[in-house]
Ligand binder design. Structure first.
Ligand code: TXA
Ligand code: MG
Length: 312
């Protein structure tokens, strides 16, 4: 805790991905996060809190819907965007009048937050634009000595970032699909919650190329993947195929990274698989998209962004 109180920056586990956290009330500590990540300071950070009871310290307008969603989904993979209070420094929100808030569902994150008492501003603990970390080793690999400590909480159980829902302007909207499904949100809201993933807000999650490994990511289908892989091999590329479906006739030289067949398993393993593609030195990875329902919506979103062309 003394690390956080004295302006330090820590890597810590959440149920979604590892975060790079600092005291949300300490401007120079938060500035360090941006420097370590190589992230432009105009891109806002999420403030992590221990429980919904302190929401009104961070937002001037906690609507009944915000309370309902917090009650239903926290601790959990949902970030709620609300009008910010004066407690939130400009550096956290990149000058926006809103703030993203979330109570993470991980015992170690909650223990840190409770002991610390304040809010932790935290993006995912990777370099800007890269693949989010789902283990403590990923954080150490990406950020090394730049962080003061990495709290190891094992592999993340969700494996994809939180769903971001904007409650700051009239109709709720999803800015980033994630660990809480659109269907679950619509159940609680009792109405449609549209996707607004191409909005004006300066969100790294809304840039064309994000969540991307070094290798080029190419979308494929089970029917075409073997032929596509062979064609790329013949052009001299080192090729990986990563899919949750059985593929026949793959050339021997292809690195085949098999993903789990369940959507939960797929979400949990996706980022480690993309990192493995880079570890094996591949130039290109062919991936297939799951049906975009439930968690499959977030998986598809991340895979599209990893291709650099953004969502269709
Ligand atoms: O699961 C997660 O959300 C993880 C863990 C560590 O909590 N965090 C995470 O943070 O993914 P980051 O910074 O990598 O992505 C947060 C996204 C960014 O796209 C950011 O622009 C957006 O949330 N965001 C933050 N505050 C916002 C705001 N006030 N309005 C709109 N978007 C906001
Ligand atoms: Mg991120």
């Amino acid at each position: 805790m003394s690390i956080l109180r004295s302006g330090g920056v820590i890597g810590f586990p959440t149920e979604t991905v590892y975060g790079l956290g600092a005291d949300a009330g300490n401007t120079s500590a938060v500035e360090r996060i941006f420097r370590i990540k190589g992230r432009p300071t105009t891109h806002p950070l999420i403030v992590h809190i221990a429980d919904a009871g302190t929401l009104d310290q961070w937002s001037v307008e906690v609507s009944p819907l915000a309370e309902l969603l917090a009650d239903r989904f926290w601790p959990g993979p949902l970030t709620i965007i609300l009008e910010r209070s004066a407690r939130v420094p400009d550096v956290v929100t990149g000058g926006l009048t809103t703030v993203g808030l979330r109570v993470p569902d991980h015992p170690k994150a909650l223990a840190v937050l409770r002991a610390f008492g304040g809010g932790l501003a935290a993006p995912s603990a990777n370099r800007f634009g890269g693949v989010s970390p789902t283990t403590a080793d990923h954080v150490r690999h990406d950020l090394g000595d730049a962080v003061d400590v990495v709290v190891d909480g094992g592999p993340c159980v969700v494996g994809l970032e939180s769903t971001i829902v904007d409650l700051s302007s009239g109709q709720p909207a999803i800015l980033r699909p994630g660990g809480v499904t659109r269907e679950a949100l619509e159940d609680v809201v009792r109405g449609p919650v549209p996707l607004r993933t191409g909005g004006q807000v300066r969100s790294p999650g809304q840039l064309a190329s994000h969540y991307a490994p070094r290798a080029e990511v190419v979308l494929s289908t089970v029917d075409r993947v073997a032929v596509q892989a062979a064609a790329l091999l013949s052009r001299g590329f080192r090729v990986a195929v990563s899919t949750d479906q059985p593929v026949t006739d793959l050339p021997d030289e292809v690195e085949h990274i098999v993903l789990p067949g369940t959507t939960d398993g797929l979400a949990r393993s996706l980022y480690a698989a993309l990192r493995e593609v880079d570890r094996r030195g591949c130039d290109v990875v062919l991936v297939t998209l799951p049906p975009e329902v439930g968690l499959g919506l977030a998986v598809g979103d991340r895979l599209r962004r990893a291709t650099g062309s953004g969502p269709s």
